[in-house]
Ligand binder design. Structure first.
Ligand SMILES: [Zn+2]
Length: 340
């Protein structure tokens, strides 16, 4: 709540502070961003989760970023972190999570045209439209069921079977967590909604051939777990297994000579032991979180700032505000992530 109020306040003036000054004050040479997708269409599986950019806004974001930043690719970033190789004073690294098909149809052509490299993080269970992530199921159900007669009564009954509270269709379906996702399948079955038909018709995810083509174009790929759980809710063996299995799929299918991983949802409360195993023993070069501008003490783990919080805000406003927020936090040493 306090954070939201502070962000709102910073939004009113952050755009007037020159970015080079914010970069200097924050001592942040490298900005890492993440998006999921870019589309001019209504995407029912995403609509209720985050506010994606359309083509025009995305191009505007990139034009703004290119004014102040030099884009770097994954290999430059790995060399920088591993071997201290220098990168431009103001570098930007772009990433995209979840392996959605617009990465191929919309994002890659725009990035190619502007000469911007990027890394895409994929879930091994979903590529080739094998299954739909549970959050996408929730958004899809909300879109299809909202306004239906007696829907609240029906949902209430099913939520009760799972001993979950029910308030309204949107909030309640969005509150369903990874380990409760059978409830979403049950609701789909009961209401005649077929996720598989949607997967086959819409093809929301990238397929193997599209990924191969993107790799030939110079884009890089990393893993994002098998099926997108919240890592802090898994025990360490499950965390490791989700990470290694998804990376094995990515390495084997696309013969990659690097291993990078981005956490699904959040890396909050993930222990040092996970990073020791993945970065030191399993040979991953880098791992990524999504906590915004934050300083990580673990070498090889980097934080990214998400660009899909508001369609109404320009990249300038979002990034300037994030820098101001970081600088304020650093006064109280709240800008550093501590792990057990
Ligand atoms: Zn994700």
């Amino acid at each position: 709540m306090l954070k939201k109020a502070l962000i709102r306040c910073l939004d009113t003036f952050s755009g007037n502070i020159p970015l080079p000054l914010l970069q200097k004050l924050s001592r942040h040479q490298l900005l890492i961003l993440f998006y999921h997708t870019v589309s001019d269409y209504n995407l029912p599986h995403i609509k209720h989760l985050y506010q994606i950019r359309n083509r025009k806004l995305f191009c505007k974001d990139l034009d703004y970023l290119l004014k102040y930043y030099k884009p770097i690719d994954l290999h430059q970033l790995i060399d920088h972190v591993e071997k201290n190789k220098p990168i431009p004073k103001t570098s930007i690294f772009l990433t995209f999570d979840d392996g959605l098909s617009e990465c191929y149809h919309v994002i890659a052509p725009i990035l190619k045209q502007k000469g911007i490299p990027a890394t895409f993080f994929i879930n091994s269970d979903f590529i080739d439209n094998k299954a739909l992530m549970f959050r996408y199921k929730a958004s899809f159900l909300i879109e299809k069921l909202k306004g239906e007669k007696n829907i609240d009564l029906l949902l209430k009954k099913h939520f009760k079977n799972y001993q979950l509270p029910y308030s309204n269709i949107k909030d309640s379906l969005l509150s369903v967590r990874w380990h409760q996702q059978a409830l979403l399948d049950e609701l789909a079955l009961e209401t005649g909604i077929e996720f598989n038909a949607f997967l086959q018709k819409q093809k929301p995810y990238l397929d193997t051939n599209q990924i191969k083509e993107m790799i030939l174009d110079g884009f890089t790929f990393g893993s994002h777990s098998q099926n997108h759980p919240t890592y802090s809710k898994l025990n360490i063996d499950e965390q490791i297994s989700q990470t290694l299995s998804s990376q094995e799929f990515t390495t084997n299918n696309f013969t990659l000579n690097y291993k990078v991983f981005a956490f699904p949802f959040t890396d909050a409360f993930v222990s040092k032991a996970f990073f020791e195993r993945i970065l030191e023993k399993e040979g991953f070069q880098l791992t990524f979180g999504g906590a915004g501008l934050k300083h990580e003490l673990i070498k090889g783990h980097l934080q990214r700032f998400g660009m899909e919080n508001s369609k109404l805000k320009t990249a300038q406003k979002m990034i300037h505000t994030e820098f101001c927020y970081y600088i304020i936090k650093s006064l109280f040493r709240k800008n550093i992530i501590q792990r057990d």
